[in-house]
Structures are given as C-alpha cells and as structure tokens.
Design a protein around this ligand. Structure first.
Ligand code: PRP
Ligand code: MG
Length: 210
C-alpha cells in the first residue's frame, strides 16, 4: 500500500511524454525524486514525492481512484477514459491529434475500425450517425490498416513518422490533444496547501511556452 507513505504521489506516462511531464512539474518547483534506476516502476523515498511510471491509458485510473494524487496525461487519453478528475492546467506539451487513417488503396466503405480509443471512436460514429464495428487493439494499431484487419484505424499522429513508414494516409483529424495536469478531487481538498501553489506555477509556466 502506498497511502500515507509519501507527501504526494504523481502518475506519469512512460515513454515519450514522461520527460515533458517530469520537467513541467520540476520546473514548477515540485521536489521530484531523481530517476536513478531506469527499470524502477516507482521512484521516490518515503516522506517525499513518489512517481509511478504507468502506461498512459492507466494514468486517469490511478488518479481517479486516489492511488495517485496528481498526474500528467494527454487529453486524448483523458477523453477516452471517461474518468472523473480535476483538470486544472493545459501544459501545452505533447501536441498530437487523433486521426482517421486508411490504406491508400482502401476505397470501399468503412465497416471495421481498429483503435486503442474505442469509446472516443464510438462517440464520433454516434455524432455522425454512422455505423461501423470497432475492434479494440492494444498498440501498433496502424498494422490493422496495413494488413486488412480493419478498413480504417483511429490513432494518434504526432510527428507523422509512423504513418509515413507504413505508407498510410491521414484522412481526417478527429481531435487535437495536449498534455494535461490532472488532480484527484479529494487530494485537491486534503493537500490544498501543496497543490494550489503548484497549479498556479504550472499555469504561469504553461503560458510562457514558445
Ligand atoms: C503512438 C501512436 C502512433 C505513433 C504516432 O504509438 O499510436 O503509432 O505513436 O507518433 P508519430 O506520428 O510521431 O509517429 P506508440 O509507439 O507510442 O505506442 P503504441 O504501441 O501504443 O502504438
Ligand atoms: Mg503506435
């Protein structure tokens, strides 16, 4: 159990957005632990701040259920999660988009869509009055369009390098996303003296982004 052992528990997404989240919090003056062991999943000393290194789709879950007090995650993932967390700061980093992607030779109707974002995709289909089967995958979703598992995919495009490498086409941008600082609603009350000034500094720093 982690409760009570740390002054603050921070959930960060492992991978390419970890460093942006870490730097935003450190830049706002939060005394984060140093990352000594790169295989560690939990960083930090008792009585200080702890960092949980999570898959990005798990960050809202840990924050909503109060295991982590705060976290950093893209609003694409937040939207998908349907979790109820306080979302006080748009950090502006990790800009990416959720797009509809196809194989250039696929021209027929879109009957099956593969994605890591099934709730988001279902919502888009509902809003447009369209029907398609949604196939939930766990990663490397572009392969579904490449292999014919699905007629199209909905996935994240950041630099576009993955699409170019796979020779796929971005048909339409469905949503834009940036990294958000999120807070457990109860922690916001219980750790107000720590979190209010942190939120103010994160907001001030986010406004000075290039
Ligand atoms: C993500 C996303 C795209 C890619 C987009 O995959 O699913 O495939 O990054 O980035 P790009 O436009 O800069 O190429 P990632 O490898 O992070 O993980 P995944 O296994 O969940 O697909
Ligand atoms: Mg990928």
């Amino acid at each position: 159990m982690i409760r009570g052992r740390f002054t603050l528990v921070v959930a960060l997404p492992k991978g390419r957005n970890f460093a942006d989240g870490y730097n935003a919090l450190a830049g706002a003056g939060l005394a984060l632990p140093t990352l000594e062991n790169e295989r560690a999943l939990l960083h930090g000393q008792e009585g200080g701040v702890a960092i949980l290194e999570l898959r990005n789709h798990d960050v809202p879950t840990y924050v909503d259920l109060g295991i982590a007090d705060v976290g950093v995650v893209g609003n694409d993932v937040l939207l998908e999660s349907g979790r109820d967390v306080y979302e006080p700061v748009d950090l502006g980093t990790g800009a990416c988009r959720l797009s509809l992607i196809r194989h250039p030779q696929a021209t027929g109707p879109i009957r099956r869509i593969a994605t890591k974002y099934p709730r988001f995709t279902a919502q888009v289909l509902r809003e447009r009055g369209l029907a398609a089967d949604i196939i939930e995958l766990a990663g490397n979703v572009e392969l579904a369009a490449l292999t014919g598992l699905a007629d199209a995919v909905v996935d994240v495009v950041q630099t576009g390098a993955t699409l170019r490498a796979a020779g796929l086409v971005e048909l339409e941008v469905l949503a834009h996303s940036t990294a958000r600082f999120i807070v457990n609603r109860q922690s916001l009350k219980l750790k107000r003296d720590l979190l209010r000034p942190l939120i103010e500094r994160l907001r001030a720093n986010a406004h000075t982004l290039p």
